[in-house]
Design a binder for this molecule. Sequence first.
Ligand code: HEC
Length: 146
Amino acid sequence: MRKLVFAISALALVTSAAFADPIADRQALMKANGKAMKELTGIVKGEAAFDAAIVLAALNRLSEDAGKMDPATLWPAGSETGGDTTSAPKIWEDPAGFQAAIDKFKSDADAAVAAAPADVDGLKAQMGVVGSNCGGCHETFRIKKG
Ligand code: HEC
């Protein structure tokens, strides 16, 4: 019986280790950011009709994603390499700068949610502010591929 319990707990350990993959987790979070941005820029470009509820939901997702960007969980020491990460070494060299970039993204996304746009022009203005965080952080903290 004790052997069985041990086998089961060892299995649980292996399983949880397989799920604790910070590189996959942070990339999944970024993909969600990309999806929300794509939805919003599609509306700005006139590819989709302006719908205040859809816009607010996408802005909310960006704000929630920003809130999930915890460096200790998603960019822990030891996850600098492995997988096909494009996270730059600068994240671990300048943790305060990286945290500041996350905080700015979060506060810009929160501000956009608080002042939910009523029309395309309002959304356009907000996208300029919120969207600048994506490229701004990538410029410094992400390795360009290719
Ligand atoms: C505070 C920094 C920061 C902000 C803000 C940020 N990103 Fe990223 N992003 C990163 C880092 C670091 C990576 C590399 C992740 C990895 O591969 O380890 C990344 C990767 C990505 C990827 C590629 C994911 C993959 O599957 O490899 C996409 C897409 C992306 N970001 C979209 C966005 C969008 C859209 C926004 C703005 C709404 C945004 N990001 C805001 C830091 C940031």
